[in-house]
Design a protein around this ligand. Sequence first.
Ligand code: ZN
Ligand code: ZN
Length: 189
Amino acid sequence: MKFDTTQSKLLRIWNLHRDKSVKYHLNGLIYFDHSKYSNMAEPMVKPKCIFCRIGQKIPLEGSVQATELLYEDETFAAFRDHRPAGEHHYLIIPKRHIRAFNCLQFEDTPLIQDMAEVAKKLLADRIGREVDDALVGFHWPFYTVGHLHLHAIWPPNRMSLFQKFEFSRLLFGSVSEALQTLEKRKKSS
Ligand SMILES: [Zn+2]
Ligand SMILES: [Zn+2]
């Protein structure tokens, strides 16, 4: 596969970010609570983070419309994406502030698995049946909101051209790719 210049530029930035993720670990910038998933301590919700606010049901600032939670448990919350790329487009977030997928380590594998499980149940619930062709995954390394979120989109084949790019393999990774990435982080440490 041949990339055009924009794509190869993006790939370079992507790799740069990947290397940086190692630095994030070393700097100890992983300050969220992981008690259920690994040995990290300290719960944290960032008052200025829009997804933290949605998860904690704190009213959003300004004219931003309140976001209804479609699913919620102790650890996760889910709601509609405000720019849906399909008839069903949901975001699943950990309630605790986790900045991005790049912050995660191998120990966070159960976190990703649990998020995927929530996505699967939510889609089945909203669609009325189980589907196996939903697009479920993460944006990395680019994200508009710096709070880890899993996209669950169905049907996956009715996107605009821009959305197709936004959710293409270049900018978006499936859950299994995310799990593979975490697996690699185990070996390299
Ligand atoms: Zn947050
Ligand atoms: Zn995203």
